[in-house]
Design a protein around this ligand. Structure first.
Ligand code: ZN
Length: 313
């Protein structure tokens, strides 16, 4: 009893770590990630976060395991990172097993970050009680994962359900960093948003031209203040997300779709538009897919990671 677990969410812009005891996050800490330059340089800071939380909340020997959600393709059986895409590219060669064993000597687990966020929503959040769900997390990129028939969908090479951000919504569209054309990420994720807006002919006359960074919070605020360029791109993003959700529904036949990520702090602004688009375009003769906001938000990945570790999913 009183076992303690650490969940780590290695996202594109932030690294979150949480200490979980009796199924509840007792403490969580966050640092900026330098994902473009790699993971190794952040490991000392992650170690300090973990040790700080353990010092405050746990006695020696209480830590039973560490679970990691990683922004890339992962084989959770061999605990091996399989592929990265402009985030933590050095992680393919990192000895995470050695790092964890030498620092804490406990069992550990790793899987795709969006997949673990889906596990979190399924067991503790907006997907509780539902056995067929798709989770789409919108942020730096777009992560997706699928629970189908009460099982975490993995596929032959552990990438089933995880590449929803790289489903094409324009087959002659923008070239993506994954090699595909027209991926939803190239239209409606933070990494591409700034590029697209800055290249728009209306950009110099928009309030967005004064923003240091154009992320979704900036876009939503400018749209609410009446900036027409921001409104145009907000509407475009909602159509892109709606199209992606329709594709995911056609692929995986879920009962619900849970949408997460930082944009859900403005759920009232975007969910109605996504629902309207999806209900108009999805082929679901049995009824309407319930499109919900994440209820765990930033904590989904930590809860899901620890659940997956405890239950050897
Ligand atoms: Zn792509």
């Amino acid at each position: 009893m009183n076992d303690v677990y650490i969940g780590i969410d290695l996202g594109g812009t932030r690294i979150k770590a949480g200490l979980v005891k009796d199924g509840v996050i007792l403490d969580k800490q966050m640092i900026s990630s330098q994902s473009a330059t790699g993971l190794a340089s952040s490991l000392p800071a992650v170690r300090s976060l973990i040790d700080g939380m353990l010092h405050t909340h746990a006695d020696a020997g209480q830590l039973k395991g560490i679970a990691i959600g990683f922004a890339g393709l992962v084989d959770p059986v061999r605990r091996k990172i399989l592929s990265t895409n402009d985030k933590y590219n050095d992680a393919l060669d990192l000895d995470l097993d050695g790092w964890i064993r030498s620092n804490w000597n406990v069992g550990w687990y790793i899987d795709n970050d969006a997949r673990l966020a889906a596990v979190g929503e399924w067991r503790y959040g907006a997907g509780r009680g539902v056995d067929d769900l798709v989770v789409m997390t919108i942020g730096t990129g777009i992560g997706t994962a699928v629970i189908s028939g009460g099982q975490v969908l993995r596929g032959k090479h552990f990438q089933a359900g995880c590449l929803g951000g790289h489903i094409s919504i324009q087959y002659k569209g923008r070239l993506c960093n994954c090699g595909n054309r027209g991926c939803v990420e190239t239209y409606a994720a933070t990494w591409s948003l700034q590029q697209r807006i800055a290249a728009d002919p209306s950009y110099p006359g928009s309030s967005l031209s004064h923003a240091a960074v154009i992320d979704f919070a900036t876009l939503f605020a400018a749209a609410a203040a009446g900036d027409s360029l921001a409104r145009t791109y907000l509407d475009d993003c909602m159509e892109a997300w709606g199209t992606a959700v329709v594709n995911l529904i056609h692929a995986y036949d879920p009962e619900i779709v849970v949408i997460g990520g930082g944009v859900m702090s403005s759920a009232d602004l975007i969910l109605p538009g996504i629902r309207e688009y999806v209900h108009k375009h999805a082929w679901t003769p049995w009824g309407k897919v319930d499109i919900r906001a994440s209820s765990l938000l930033n904590d989904a990945g930590i809860y899901g990671a620890v659940y997956a570790l405890q239950h050897s999913l």
